[in-house]
Design a protein around this ligand. Structure first.
Ligand SMILES: [Zn+2]
Length: 417
């Protein structure tokens, strides 16, 4: 096979694909359709630079929104993809473009539904061939288990997609029984599944807290139980008390979204994958963001202090990588933070004697264009590449992705390359 770099984690959906309350603020739509308002916000931001009092959480969230909208506004998905490619002087390179179904996150209606986002990407795959590797976003609320499977098969077998994307904080557990058929297919044909595992990112914005959020079910319609990486089952999951606590807390603060922001951690928690992997131990699963830069940073501090937190998300993911040979982690988003680079390098290197090797399961990815709020794509990649060195970079951007992306799916219409 030809030498080719792969960025395993990018997004090209534009603001038209995102629902009204995507960023949690009602002005999003106004700004998206109004250049004057965007310019005004820009000016306000500059005032913020000189007025430290404005450096608050609110200012930060406005800035994030502005960064997101500046790229996503008035650009097609193709336009965003072209912009992404323009950052890469080295090559050849493929980009995994992760679609995202935001129809069920309780944040209102998007300008275009997920089906349109998806068909636009399928068209782009025909144009860009091996330069683009689209992943289809699967949400258990999007259809019956058979419909979900049919969608995956259509994308993989007829449209030459490269894998499946999941984003549990939008309001589902990865061990949802409705996903069983999709996992069985993915495991059988070696289809990669990439899932969001960090405490950051968007989340369910709905007003309702359905019973399956609080007392979740899993495969076979059984009540889900807390499970260890060794597969041992404990208590049934029950988040009712937790919900009461967050509601009490909410009474003293503001905004209904706060409740969901706390609750989303139950959906994102990497220990949820113990249940999935117990049932599908050969599943090719990438836990994106390696637990998040905050978890990695805490892990580094703990290590220095001689402590170990078994519940640290980065640690949990490392344990999963050691236990299941087809599991992966990508460095996307987290790679902006210089503090985590030595830890990334250590994971990419062969381990010391007596330790399990996870070096062939780390993937390069940036999370374009969510990362624009931290650093430009070109700086992000160059800084990281320089820090870890060319050899490690080649391992995570060429060798490991090749193994991750390889699948045995029968193409109904043959390859379109
Ligand atoms: Zn992402």
């Amino acid at each position: 096979m030809n030498f080719r770099y792969v960025n395993c984690h990018t997004h090209i959906f534009n603001v038209k694909c995102a629902p009204d309350r995507f960023i949690g603020l009602p002005v999003a739509r106004l700004l998206a359709n109004n250049r004057t308002a965007l310019t005004a916000l820009d000016a306000l931001m500059r005032v913020g630079e000189v007025l430290p009092v404005l450096r608050t959480g609110t200012r930060e969230s406005i800035e994030k929104m502005r960064s997101f909208l500046t790229i996503g506004t008035n650009r097609s998905q193709e336009g965003v993809f072209e912009l992404l490619r323009s950052n890469y002087a080295f090559g050849p390179i493929s980009h995994v473009t992760l679609t995202l179904n935001m129809d069920h996150m309780g944040a209102g209606k998007a300008n275009i539904p997920f089906s349109t986002q998806l068909s636009q990407v399928a068209d782009l795959k025909i144009t860009y061939k091996e330069d683009m590797i689209p992943f289809v976003s699967i949400d258990p609320r999007a259809g019956s288990p058979d419909q979900l499977l049919a969608l995956v098969k259509d994308c993989m077998e007829r449209k030459a997609f490269g894998g499946i994307k999941m984003y549990p904080p939008l309001g589902f557990y990865p061990f949802d029984p409705r996903l069983e058929k999709v996992y069985a297919y993915a495991q059988e044909y070696g289809v990669p599944v990439l899932t969001h595992v960090s405490k950051g990112g968007i989340f369910y914005q709905g007003e309702h807290m359905p019973l399956d959020f609080l007392e979740p079910l899993t495969f076979g319609g059984e009540r889900a139980r807390h499970t260890t990486v060794e597969g041992e089952e404990g208590e049934e999951m029950n988040f009712r008390d937790d919900l009461r606590d967050t509601r009490r807390f909410l009474g003293k603060t503001w905004g209904k979204g706060r409740r969901n922001e706390a609750f989303k951690l139950h959906f994102s928690n990497p220990t949820n994958y113990h249940i999935v992997l117990k049932k599908f131990p050969r599943l090719k699963l990438c836990m994106a963001h390696f637990g998040g830069d905050d978890a990695i940073s805490q892990y580094i501090d703990d290590e220095k202090a001689g402590r170990k937190d078994p519940l640290n998300w980065h640690h949990v993911i490392c344990e999963i990588l050691k236990a299941y040979p087809n599991t992966y982690a990508d460095v996307s988003y987290a790679l902006w933070r210089a503090k985590v680079w030595p830890r990334m390098s250590a994971c990419i290197d062969k381990p010391q004697a007596g330790q399990r090797d996870i070096s062939d399961r780390i993937l390069f990815g940036t999370d374009y264009y969510m990362t624009i709020q931290e650093e430009s794509e070109v700086n992000l990649v160059n800084n990281f590449r320089k820090a870890i060195g060319n050899e490690r970079f080649k391992k995570i951007a060429v060798d490991n992705p090749r193994q991750f992306l390889e699948n045995r799916v029968p193409l109904i219409y043959g390859t379109i390359h």
